[in-house]
Design a protein around this ligand. Sequence first.
Ligand SMILES: C[S@@+](CC[C@H](N)C(=O)[O-])C[C@H]1O[C@@H](n2cnc3c(N)ncnc32)[C@H](O)[C@@H]1O
Length: 383
Amino acid sequence: MQLFSFFASCPRGLEGVLASELTELGASAVSPTDGGATFGGTWPLLMRANLHSRIASRILWKLEERAYVREDDLYRLAMKIDWPALFSVDKTIKVGVTAVKSPLRSTNLAALKVKDAICDRFRQIDNTRPSVDTQEPDMRIQLYLTDSVATIYLDTSGEALFKRGYRVESVEAPLRENLAAGILALCGWQIDEPLYDPMCGSGTFLIEAALKARNIAPGSRRTFAFQYLRQHDDQAWQALRLEAKNAERNDLPLQISGSDVSSTALLHAQANLAAAKLDDAVSLKQLNMLDAKAPAAAGLLLTNPPYGIRLDEQDKLLAAYPEWGNVLKQRFSGWRAYFFTADPMLAKAIRLRPSRKTPLFNGALECRLLEFKLIAGSNRGHD
Ligand SMILES: C[S@@+](CC[C@H](N)C(=O)[O-])C[C@H]1O[C@@H](n2cnc3c(N)ncnc32)[C@H](O)[C@@H]1O
């Protein structure tokens, strides 16, 4: 079977866990790189990665790569690709550009050159060309420019993979689903370990955990751009979907729970759980973090606390951190606790010594995943 080259993008900091996930899915020559992982595989592997990856943001198919100097080189590179053999002229397109140290002055002009080449390849056939749709294109073409090499990818996912198709409600700052899934993987969470999020917001960690525990493919409720490619084999795709459906399991007892001080946040979490058909997999409660109690003798506490942008919010949080630290020390001994935060003050102010600080990016926002091992009597912290 023919082998192709792919690139899976992901939030920065998750490259290692993404690479492990892709290897488990059957990818070959997996190599993590900044913001994703390159890998090789067959077309069925590409479908499998889109359907099953919990951590990837998108799966891109590498079409051409070549050294370049100026914009016209990009036109020539894109002209080498037989676009009409890939998709029909009625599909709308959008060309995106990512440039790292590119000598070109305008990435817009670079995108225009590639778009012109695509349209010209179509025009050669019967003088018709695909339309551009910058909002909801059928086909996303991605140009990646380094200082000297240009690569053209076709995005096989379409909408980003964190859009699982279940989210109906979100709080102010919901985590992206693939970031939440990647953090669960970084924490080494196993499906039989009790999981508790005491500031659960719209429930992203809980839902991602329940999807994994029930072995529900994250892409089982959505469509993908590869379905609109000429080489799409719908029979093979439906067989893969059926295989995934048959592998779902809902017989395992789960210990996944969450709470939040806000009744609105809980309503959102409930609505999302219901939309994901997971309302029986997770228990929710309205509770202040200060009243949180360990739901089991040991387990994983994972949370993404609020992050104050305004000064008065920051002051409130600074006052709350040591109290949260006390709650952990007094009521969660035997647990592993992880805080995912953009606030550099949390690690100090919580008065527990982090055993690990992992840098991660939430979009452009630099964050840390702080690990605290709450072994009774051993973590005296800074106080
Ligand atoms: C950044 S949001 C969490 C977002 C969540 N990870 C998601 O993906 O939807 C922080 C949450 O902490 C909650 N919160 C703030 N202070 C709290 C407290 N003292 N106890 C419990 N929850 C609190 C807020 O209501 C908010 O829902």
